[in-house]
Design a protein. Structure first.
Length: 153
């Protein structure tokens, strides 16, 4: 074989090696990015620690529409919330009016910019959890689930 024929035969192999290196590099970047983001999400959560293993039932609340604090313009939040509780729900049900009042008291102090970031949502969940545990301790609220979240300006 001539040198020209040999180099033409090796060209696809060389391209395959270079392509394989790029795939490996992209995979490493994706995995390391996911690892970093996962580590950061643990640092972002604010408020009392959550014990998801203790959640025995979920209380569904109808969606809220409320005004957010925004001096420049009107801003509204439509939010659906379910509460993960450690106690079994009784036949008489939870004190829905007290739950809604507590949640509204926390959410109406928020600005649109606060609730649009993941950190802000985590902080709001922490505040909601602390307030619900203080005002309705018999429910033993362990987690808060946002089922809807829409900010309109």
């Amino acid at each position: 074989m001539t040198e020209a024929a040999l180099s033409e035969d090796q060209a696809p192999r060389q391209r395959l090696r270079i392509g394989g290196k790029w795939i490996l590099l992209i995979a490493i970047v994706i995995v390391s990015t996911a690892w970093v983001l996962r580590g950061r999400s643990g640092l972002v959560a604010a408020g009392p620690p959550l014990d998801r293993a203790r959640v025995k039932s979920v209380i569904h609340l109808e969606p809220f529409v409320l005004n957010l604090v925004d001096p420049d313009q009107r801003a509204y939040l439509r939010v659906g919330i379910d509460l993960g509780v450690a106690s079994e729900t009784r036949n008489d049900g939870p004190p829905v009016a007290l739950l809604r009042d507590t949640i509204l008291g926390v959410l109406t102090r928020c600005t649109p910019d606060e609730v649009l970031t993941p950190e802000g949502k985590a902080r709001v969940k922490g505040e909601l959890l602390a307030q619900l545990r203080q005002r309705v301790p018999q429910l033993e609220v362990e987690d808060i689930y946002f089922t809807e979240f829409l900010v309109q300006r």
